[in-house]
Write a protein that binds this ligand. Structure first.
Ligand code: NDP
Length: 313
């Protein structure tokens, strides 16, 4: 069986930064990239707030640079998914792609990020790929000159709505509260864009259409005396209501909080299992930024180094 001193699972800013530090510490890390090499940032638009890029940088390009930096110091970067892992044994036993390979690892860094949330409507499944999307930068192109809706009131929703407003003729934002949660600068961009209409106090209850999405059934002021139904005609329905941490493969072996994020301890990246560390969005219900993910990746690699030394590896 193949062995590794440090196995890194995930390839966003957290995973790659952990890899840079672990490989520079001679830990010869093996990193599995998962289904979306580079993670969520590869499908975002320009990153404007990562220090060191005064003119902004394309998300895909930034992840490519981090990947190359990790490779330069010797990280063994591989394609594939860790489909299960046994954390009850030492070394830990990781199964790749349902048994295609098995690795025995002395330490593990979990940096698997988070995936887009859906509302949970049957119609979302029915129209997935036929008008329903959770990635404006991936699918926005198909809606040139059309009408779309973006659900959510956070930074992601504002970013997606602004991006889509450059392609689509009209963009609705469907916001369940009476205000946006997004940062002021993002809100100002939305309110300053004439073809974005924000529908506050509005919930989506269904989608309609024959072969693809043709419209959405909405309810305004749900659960109040002012409650009223409203249908809008749209061609595309984009979800931007946050993300769900990717922890299924852990099968409950690591402590999670109520929202499903990995709990880290004592100001470090240590999890409830000795030798297992977590970094990035999978362990961060609060900040969820590229820069904080990278910082956590660095901390996790330093924690691994200390753990391996203390345990005689
Ligand atoms: P957020 O959790 O910040 O926002 C989610 C939004 O979706 C909220 O408006 C929330 O409403 C709404 N929502 C959640 N569930 C539902 C539901 N079931 N029905 C309707 N609406 C729902 O997620 P984001 O992805 O926007 O942002 C995550 C983090 O990433 C944040 O920290 C953000 O600042 C950061 N980010 C930063 C960017 C940047 O700076 N360039 C770009 C994108 C993200 P409610 O407010 O009512 O809870």
């Amino acid at each position: 069986m193949e062995t590794a001193k440090c196995l890194i699972i995930g390839s966003g800013p957290a995973g790659y930064t952990a890899a840079i530090y672990a490989s520079r510490a001679n830990l010869a890390p093996i990193l599995y990239e998962g289904t979306q090499p580079g993670g969520q940032l590869t499908i975002t638009t320009e990153i404007e707030n990562f220090p060191g890029y005064p003119d902004g940088i394309d998300g895909f390009e930034m992840m490519d640079q981090l990947r190359r930096q990790a490779k330069r110091f010797g990280t063994d970067i591989r394609q594939g998914m860790i489909t299960s892992i046994d954390l009850s044994k030492r070394p830990f036993i990781a199964t790749i792609d349902d048994g295609a390979a098995i690795i025995a690892a002395d330490s593990v860094i979990i940096a698997t990020g988070a995936s887009a949330r859906y509302l949970g409507l049957d119609d979302e499944t029915r129209f997935r790929g036929r008008g329903v999307s959770a990635c404006a930068t991936c699918d926005g192109f198909f809606y040139r000159g059309k009408t779309v809706a973006v659900v959510g009131g956070g930074d992601t929703a504002c970013e997606e709505a602004t991006y889509l407003s450059n392609l689509a003729a009209k963009v609705y934002m469907i916001v369940r509260k009476d205000h946006l949660r997004a940062s002021k600068v993002m809100q100002e961009r939305v309110f300053g864009t004439p073809n974005i209409e924000v529908l506050f106090n509005t919930n989506t209850v269904g989608l309609f259409g024959t072969d693809g999405v043709e419209g959405a059934h909405l309810v305004r002021h749900k659960g109040t005396p002012q409650e009223e139904p409203l249908d809008i005609a749209i061609d595309g329905f984009f979800l931007a209501i946050g993300h769900k941490p990717n922890t299924e493969f852990l099968n409950g072996q690591v402590e999670l909080d109520n929202a499903g994020y990995i709990v880290t301890r004592d100001g470090s990246q240590a999890t409830s299992v000795d030798g297992v560390f977590a970094a990035g969005d999978v362990a961060d219900p609060v900040y969820r930024q590229a820069i904080t993910a990278a910082g956590m990746g660095c901390k996790a690699a330093l924690d691994v180094e200390k753990f391996l030394l203390a345990n005689g590896h």
